[in-house]
Write a new protein. Structure first.
Length: 385
C-alpha cells in the first residue's frame, strides 16, 4: 500500500498501457517515471488500481525510496527474489542495478543464472528522481533459447543450401564449352540431382513452417488404419527397388484426432528413412496396436542402426548421423524434426530404440479417440430419433 508515496494515479495509465503493448521492461520504467506525479495526492481507488495493474504484469517491478527506506515489489518480483539460489542472484543483481542508477540514472543488463539449468533475466533500472528508483526484472530464458535456435537454424540453412548451390555453379561452369556428349549428359544429370536436393530442402522448410504455424481448427477424427495402408502402398516401389520387404500388421479401430496430411507425412518420413538406411534382403515392418488410451505405431528396420550418442540428437533440425550417406540418399536433416513436431502437436510422443548394425525401431504414441455409443432420444412428438 506504500505505493501512494511513489506514484500518483496517473501511473496507472502507464502500467495499463504497458499491459496492452509490446514494449520492453525498460520502456515501462521510463513510462512510469514520465507519468509520476510526486506531489499529487492519490486516492485509495487509484492506489488499488495501480497495485492490481502492477500485479498483472508478467515482469517483476521493484520500486525503492531511499529517503523513506521503502522497497516495494509486485507479485512477479516477489516470486523472482525469494530464497532459492537463482532468486538470490536476481536479488543481488537488483541491488547492483540500484547502485548503478543512483549514479547514471538508468541502466540495463542481462543476468545469466546457472543452477542446474541456465536462466536469463533482463534487469532494467531507471531513476525517478534523486531519491526514488524503479527496477524491472524480466525472465528472458525462453526468448534467449528461441533466439539461439533461430540463429543456428539460419546458419545451418545457409550451409545446407550453399552446398548444392555451389555444386550447381561448379557443374554449370564445367558444362560450359564441353563438347563430349557423354560428359555433357553426366554433368547435366548431376545438376538435376543437386537442383532436386535444393527443392527438397525448400519443401521440408515449408512443411516445417506449416506445422509450426498451423492451427487445430481443421482437425477431425481420423482412422489411422487407412493412413498407414496409404503410406505402405506408396513406399512399396521404393522398398522393392532397394531389395526390401515392406509389411503392415496391427489393430483396427485406430481413431485419432488431427490433421490427416500431417499424419501421412509422419509415417511416410519414418518408412522412407527405414528403407533408405536398410540393406538389401531385409524387411521393414510397420505395426500398430492399442495400449490403453494410446495408439502405438512402430516402424522397424534391420538396417545400419543409430549409435547411442546420436539417439538424443536425431530429432534436431539438420542433424544427420552419417552426413556422407545422407547426402548420397538426398537427406536434408529436417525429416525427423518435422516428424517430432507434428507428433507433439497431436499430443503424442516419439521414441527410438536402436543398435548399430542391428536396426532401429521408431515408436509413435498418439492419444486414442474412443467412439461413444449414440444415445436414443425422443423428439418433442415422442418419436424415437
Amino acid at each position: 500500500m506504500d505505493l501512494i508515496f511513489f506514484l500518483s494515479g496517473a501511473a496507472v495509465t502507464a502500467v495499463v498501457a504497458f499491459l496492452i503493448s509490446k514494449r520492453s521492461s525498460k520502456d515501462l520504467s521510463r513510462a512510469i517515471q514520465n507519468e509520476a506525479r510526486v506531489n499529487t495526492p492519490t486516492t485509495e481507488d487509484q492506489l488499488e488500481s495501480l497495485m492490481d495493474a502492477l500485479d498483472l504484469l508478467p515482469i517483476g517491478v521493484v520500486i525503492v525510496d531511499t529517503k523513506m527506506g521503502r522497497r516495494l515489489r509486485n507479485n512477479a518480483a516477489a516470486a523472482m527474489t525469494g530464497v532459492r539460489y537463482v532468486d538470490i542472484l536476481v536479488e543481488q543483481a537488483v541491488d547492483e542495478m540500484l547502485e548503478e542508477v543512483k549514479i547514471t540514472n538508468s541502466g540495463e543488463r542481462v543476468l545469466e543464472a546457472v543452477a542446474g539449468t541456465t536462466r536469463y533475466f533482463k534487469i532494467c533500472g531507471q531513476a525517478m528522481d534523486h531519491q526514488r528508483f524503479i527496477v524491472t526484472i524480466e525472465d528472458v530464458t525462453e526468448k534467449s533459447r528461441i533466439d539461439t535456435v533461430q540463429t543456428d537454424f539460419v546458419a545451418n540453412l545457409s550451409h545446407e543450401l550453399k552446398t548444392p548451390i555451389g555444386a550447381v555453379a561448379a557443374l554449370a561452369d564445367s558444362l560450359n564449352g564441353e563438347t563430349e556428349t557423354e560428359v555433357v549428359w553426366r554433368l547435366a544429370e548431376r545438376i538435376v540431382t543437386e537442383s532436386h536436393r535444393m527443392s527438397r530442402i525448400v519443401d521440408d522448410l515449408l512443411d516445417l513452417s506449416r506445422v509450426e504455424f498451423g492451427g487445430t481448427e481443421e482437425w477431425t477424427d481420423i482412422e489411422l488404419g487407412p493412413v498407414l495402408v496409404e503410406v505402405v502402398s506408396t513406399n512399396q516401389h521404393a522398398a522393392k527397388r532397394q531389395g526390401l520387404g515392406l509389411s503392415l500388421t496391427g489393430s483396427t479401430e485406430l481413431l485419432v484426432r488431427g490433421d490427416r496430411a500431417q499424419l501421412v507425412s509422419v509415417f511416410s518420413n519414418l518408412v522412407d528413412n527405414a528403407i533408405k538406411y536398410s540393406e538389401a534382403g531385409g524387411v521393414v515392418l510397420v505395426e500398430s496396436k492399442i495400449e490403453g488410451d494410446e495408439i502405438v505405431v512402430s516402424v522397424t528396420d534391420h538396417g545400419i542402426g543409430i549409435a547411442e550418442r546420436d539417439q538424443n540428437r536425431i530429432f534436431e533440425r539438420f542433424y544427420r548421423v552419417d552426413k556422407a550417406r545422407s547426402r548420397a540418399t538426398g537427406g536434408t536433416g529436417l525429416g525427423l524434426s518435422i516428424v517430432r513436431h507434428i507428433v507433439l502437436e497431436h499430443g503424442g510422443s516419439i521414441d527410438v530404440r536402436s543398435e548399430e548394425g542391428i536396426g532401429s525401431t521408431f515408436m509413435v504414441r498418439l492419444p486414442r479417440v474412443i467412439k461413444q455409443p449414440k444415445e436414443s432420444v425422443l423428439d418433442q412428438t415422442g418419436v424415437m430419433a
